[in-house]
Design a binder for this molecule. Structure first.
Ligand code: F3S
Length: 295
C-alpha cells in the first residue's frame, strides 16, 4: 500500500497564525474565551481548550477579561460591544477575511447593494453581512439567481448598483458561475425601459487562495489514487468542498479522527491519497497515516 499526501493540505496560514496568537495570549493573560469556536475543527479546539481556551456562544456569556475573535471574524457591532467592555481582545480574524470585510464595507459606503455569495448560516457570512451596514443580501446558491433578478427588479428602494463579494472559502467554479449568471441578468436589462437597468455591477474576488490550492491538489491526487481520505471537521466548509471535489472521481471518505477509518475501505487498494481541511492539525493527519500503515 502506498500512502500519498496531497501537495497542499491541512493548516492554512490563517489558522496557524490564529493558533500562535492564542498560545501567546494564554501565556500572557491565562484563560481566554472565544466567541464561538476559533476554527471548525474539534481536535484543534480540544487542544486549545486543554491550555485554557473556552468557546462561548455569545458576548453575554463572557465571564473573563480576555476574548478572542475567531478566524471567521465578526461584524462591526459585536466589535464595538467588545471594545466598550474594556477587556483584552485577541483578534485572530484571518487577513483574507479582513480583506473581504473591507470590501463589504467599501462597497456599501459607496452606495452599492452588496450581494454576499455564501452560506447564510456560516459565521463568516454573518460577519460580512454586518459590514454592509444593512445593504447586504446573502445568496446561498446559483439556483436562486432567477428569483434574485426578479427581487432586484421589483425592489424600488434599491439603488440598482450592485457589489458582489464571496465567502472566502467558496470555490472558484461556483462563484464564477454565479457571477456569469449575474452578468447575464445585468446585460438582459432593457435600457429603454425606465427603472429596469442595473447601473453598475462591481465584483470583488474575495476567495481564499489557500483553499483553492488545497482543492487543486486534492483533485490531482484523486486522479491517481484508488481511495481518498479527507480529514477535517464535519462542519468545516472548506473540508466539505474537498469531499465534493474528490467524490465524483474516486471512492472518498470524510473523517475527523484516525479511529474512524475502516479497514475494509483499504481492501485491494494500492494507492491511497490523503487530503485535509485548512483547520486540520498536523498531528491528526499523522495519526491517519499511522493507522493506515498499521493496516
Ligand atoms: Fe484564512 Fe483561507 Fe485559512 S480565509 S483562515 S487562509 S482558509
Amino acid at each position: 500500500m502506498e500512502i500519498r499526501k496531497a501537495s497542499s493540505l491541512g493548516l492554512c496560514f490563517g489558522v496557524r497564525r490564529a493558533v500562535e496568537m492564542i498560545e501567546l495570549g494564554v501565556a500572557k493573560y491565562g484563560r481566554i474565551e472565544t466567541l464561538g469556536p476559533l476554527v471548525h475543527n474539534q481536535q484543534l479546539m480540544q487542544k486549545l481548550m486543554a491550555v485554557g481556551v473556552t468557546p462561548v456562544d455569545c458576548l453575554g456569556k463572557v465571564q473573563g477579561n480576555t476574548v478572542a475573535i475567531p478566524t471567521h471574524g465578526v461584524g462591526p457591532e459585536l466589535l464595538s460591544q467588545l471594545r466598550v467592555r474594556n477587556i483584552n481582545i485577541i483578534n485572530t480574524t484571518c487577513p483574507i477575511v479582513q480583506q473581504a470585510q473591507s470590501a463589504a464595507k467599501e462597497l456599501a459606503e459607496t452606495g452599492l447593494e452588496v450581494l454576499v455569495f455564501g452560506d447564510a448560516q456560516h459565521s463568516e457570512v454573518k460577519g460580512l453581512l454586518g459590514w454592509t451596514k444593512g445593504r447586504g443580501i446573502v445568496v446561498s446558491d446559483t439556483t436562486r439567481i432567477d428569483s434574485l433578478s426578479i427581487v432586484l427588479k421589483a425592489e424600488e428602494r434599491r439603488s440598482r448598483r450592485l457589489g458582489v463579494i464571496s465567502q472566502t472559502t467558496q470555490t472558484w467554479p461556483v462563484f464564477n458561475s454565479f457571477v456569469k449568471q449575474l452578468v447575464a441578468v445585468f446585460s438582459s436589462c432593457d435600457p429603454d425601459i425606465e427603472g429596469s437597468t442595473f447601473k453598475e455591477l462591481r465584483v470583488v474576488n474575495t476567495l481564499c487562495r489557500a483553499t483553492q490550492e488545497h482543492r487543486r491538489a486534492a483533485k490531482e491526487l484523486a486522479q491517481k489514487s484508488q481511495l481518498i481520505i479527507v480529514v477535517g471537521g464535519y462542519d468545516s466548509a472548506n473540508t466539505r468542498h474537498l469531499v465534493e471535489i474528490c467524490s465524483p472521481i474516486i471512492e472518498t471518505h470524510h473523517i475527523e479522527r484516525a479511529d474512524e477509518i475502516e479497514k475494509v475501505w483499504t481492501t485491494g487498494k494500492q494507492y491511497i491519497g490523503i487530503t485535509a481541511g485548512a483547520s486540520t492539525p498536523d498531528e491528526t493527519i499523522e495519526d491517519v497515516i499511522d493507522r493506515l500503515k498499521a493496516f
